[in-house]
Design a protein around this ligand. Sequence first.
Ligand SMILES: C[C@@H](CNC(N)=O)C(=O)O
Ligand SMILES: [Zn+2]
Ligand SMILES: [Zn+2]
Ligand SMILES: [Zn+2]
Length: 520
Amino acid sequence: TGTVPRRKMAAPVKKVPIHLQSSQNRLIIKNGKIVNATGMQDGDIFVEDGIIKQIGTNLIVPGGTRMIDARGRYIIPGGIDPHVHFAFEFMGQTSADDFYQGTKAAIAGGTTMIIDFAIPKKKESLLDQYDKYRLMADDKVCCDYALHCGITWWSDKVKQEMEILCKERGVNSFKAFMAYKDDLMLHDDELYKMMETCRQLGAVAMVHAENGDIIQENAKKLLAKGVNGPEGHEKSRPEEVEAEATNRACVIAKQVNCPLYVVHVMSKEAGDVIAKYREQGWPVYGEALAAGLGTDGRPCCSSNYGLAAAHIMSPPLRSDPTTKERLMELLSADGLQTTGSDNCTFTSQQKAVGKNDFSKIPNGVNGVEDRMSVVWEKGVHTGKISPTRFVEITSTNAAKIFNLFPSKGAIAIGSDADIVIWNPNKTRTISAKTHHQACDYNIFEGMECHGVPEYVIVSGRVCVDEGELKVVQGHGRFNPTPLFPPTVYDPIASEEEKANYAALPDIVTETSDQVSQLHV
Ligand SMILES: C[C@@H](CNC(N)=O)C(=O)O
Ligand SMILES: [Zn+2]
Ligand SMILES: [Zn+2]
Ligand SMILES: [Zn+2]
């Protein structure tokens, strides 16, 4: 078919950790319905040393292999959440879920890999921020992770550091902010250069698409009129302010022939813009969030400040309650491709700083634990999407776009043993009283969801065992994301480029102490 074989990537050096060198590292899952993006099959799965080694029936396995009976339930690839912010310093606070608690909550909900963002402040070094995140995360993560990097300013130095991150640190994606003026925001010329550089490197350009200039002026006006409560937040950034920036990002990406991933699409209008460019055959990808699929912005007008502030994020949860159905329809029709959480939690005490000025409320909500159940409830249980489409939008598409497939995002021989036994009929009621996250509100409070993970296997280790959470801090590994993901680059890369990227050097996964030595 002319597609370039996925660049051979040196399998990250996955020493079998001590605690897996017992018989624990052998597992057979029987009597399950295996669901991949490509279809479903009955079958058993044999796992050894964290890798799927056999799939089929009547498998011959060594003695001492643990057997799990899936009892006819679905067996799905572990969820991949391409959008989280653990321990993120933002708006004067540090987000409450760190890499231990955040990945623990992720696993509790059936997610077995997360992708976070190393975001430098303006004029700071990207490389230093990347090293800081590696040192913060490597010893804490309970599941595998990767990193996007934030582009919050522009210079030749930023361009050079992007190249080093791509060619030596296993980064293939960069997020630019069109909002958060004076803090993280890039202007159009900088956006143009950032995307042009992504294209040259074979990286994925990502945007937070809202018009930060309009937002700043609207907020000033609202505050001057005395509208300073959380209800002013969405008023300062209505749907068209998101849609305008989404369109502008698509235009710039097209001008420089760069694939574009639009994070947290929170409105019908923005979703329709992405669907339009995709219909023109352009490699634009859109990400919906559990928040936008499961709830809406009406609580932001509550007289209960804690409840209202807990729902403050950007782009805002829309007060139009039918937005969630529209976003799910777009996911069903491939107008949008992935679901993330944008988990960026703050406690009610942290959110209180914005009590008299909504523009000071730290932006961010929960979602990493509940994403999979919310998508199942709003998508599969309502009949809008199939189990195979559920796997695509919660795992496989993110793996393909960020070039982790098929190690990730598939139940296949040779893939990582990130596996979830999913009970579609079991229900659970979401609550801050029972969730594993560090925040005291849950935006899905009281929501009953069909779809519960009964077993979650993380790189071969059973970390949810008949519903019981048994995570291990430091069990996860950093996963480099190789350049030129075929899914997004095959449609636009030149033949000569495709030949080049097949030969790119393998990325080595250094341990965290090696990372700290890299700049010595
Ligand atoms: C700052 C970060 C999380 N906060 C948010 N989305 O409101 C983002 O913009 O993605
Ligand atoms: Zn954002
Ligand atoms: Zn985010
Ligand atoms: Zn381990």
